[in-house]
Design a protein around this ligand. Structure first.
Ligand code: NAD
Ligand code: UFG
Length: 338
């Protein structure tokens, strides 16, 4: 298939690009490089020996998107372009709503005008908000508690409206849990600007000596060791979920009576912050010093997926262990630090 991959230069998008190229899809990346670097393109070419098309541009530019859909005879779009930092979304909500929601609307408008009606959308477990029950199944109500999460939720609502009014659309929304790890080459990975917000990139920086210790945000949660529990998923497993979604894009199943097809993408297992620290230490034979700090605003105690719907309907299952996530994560960081 000819795929337009928006946000394809970013952490998750670059891994999806490799999975697509590996499966002999033709890939066109649209990215404004607001949170990524052009060097990623060289890594993609080096690893895959293939040349994805790359266009530097903004998904909010409807005319540009329409031109790309026509020029590259696109069959399906995977839409990742978006802003993703929860804390920043609280301080700059309009920027998040504009970039994420207007970006999605612009893309949908362009797709409709070109009659390209196959879409895989990158959503997030954040749409659920504070869990009422665990593991979180797709039936869990959506009550996102920050502007980033709400931007994803509103986009899903728009997508639902679209599939209700026009049955020709084929749309799958994937709700990612906590993506971590890197491609086995160690050449692409998660490299946030400045001090990382997320756990694994921060642990990487402690391991490489850029930070003296990990700040563990709270050890008084109602969890087995008191630290926050999450469903970490290897980014390569996450990439493969997109291939599975593409394979099922036109099956037109109205799963579980919702207008939109949405799926949890997680392993179903929860690991605490200290579990991850210990797994990282064991896998990489390194010490990760840590200190306990107060809880971080907006954090929840536990979040992990019930991934059965994706397992059953997409025929997809996460395979990689927490050890593999820690090994590949550090492998990327080591290469970057050299
Ligand atoms: P990322 O920031 O590494 O990648 C996003 C890419 O989109 C970047 O390359 C950025 O330059 C580009 N971009 C942003 N706005 C754009 C615009 N208007 N036009 C064109 N390009 C634009 O983030 P990521 O971690 O790879 O996340 C990818 C997607 O997955 C995002 O939509 C994010 O919300 C979603 N997601 C991420 C996580 C996570 O923990 N990383 C979890 C759930 C969902
Ligand atoms: N944590 C620390 N110290 C750190 C960073 C994180 O103790 O320096 C803890 C957090 O308190 C939490 C756990 O590690 O208990 C995971 O935190 P992350 O910031 O890595 O991930 P979150 O679950 O908070 O959020 C992530 C993404 C969101 C996404 C969500 C669900 O940042 O964008 O997963 O997919 F929406």
């Amino acid at each position: 298939m000819n795929i337009l991959l928006t946000g394809g230069m970013g952490y998750i998008g670059s891994h999806i690009a490799l999975s697509l190229l590996h499966d002999k899809h033709k890939v066109t990346i649209l990215d404004n490089l607001s949170n990524s670097n052009i060097e990623v393109l060289n890594s993609l070419k080096f690893i895959s020996s293939e040349e994805p098309n790359f266009i530097k541009g903004d998904v909010i530019n409807t005319e540009l998107v329409a031109k790309l859909l026509k020029d590259y005879k696109v069959d399906a779009v995977i839409h990742l372009a978006g802003l993703k930092a929860v804390g920043e979304s609280v301080s700059r909500p309009v920027m998040y709503y504009k970039n994420n929601i207007l970006g999605a609307v612009s893309l949908l408008e362009a797709m409709k005008s070109c009659n390209v009606l196959n879409l895989v959308f990158s959503s997030s477990a954040t749409v659920y908000g504070i869990p009422n029950f665990l593991p979180i199944s797709e039936e869990h109500p959506c009550k996102p508690n920050n502007p980033y999460g709400r931007s994803k939720f509103y986009i899903e609502e728009i997508l639902s409206d679209l599939v209700i009014t026009d049955k020709n659309w084929n749309i799958i929304s994937l709700r990612y849990f906590n993506p971590v790890g890197s491609h086995e080459s160690g050449l692409i990975g998660d490299h946030p600007n400045g001090i990382p917000n997320n756990l694994m990139p921060f642990i990487n920086q402690v391991a490489s000596g850029q930070q003296t210790h990990l700040k563990v945000f709270g050890n008084d949660y109602d969890t087995p060791d008191g630290t926050g529990v999450r469903d970490y998923i290897h980014v390569e497993d996450l990439s493969n979920a997109h291939l599975a979604a593409l394979n099922n894009i036109d099956s037109n199943n109205n799963y579980q009576n919702y207008p939109l097809n949405f799926f949890n993408i997680g392993t179903g297992k929860g690991y605490s912050v200290l579990d991850v620290v210990h797994a990282f230490e064991l896998a990489n034979r390194l010490d990760i010093p840590y200190k306990i700090y107060p809880r971080r605003d907006g954090d929840i105690a536990s979040s992990f997926a019930d991934p059965k719907k994706a397992n059953n309907f997409l025929g997809w299952k996460a395979k990689q262990s927490i050890d593999e996530m820690c090994l590949s994560s550090w492998n990327f960081q080591k290469n970057k630090s050299q």
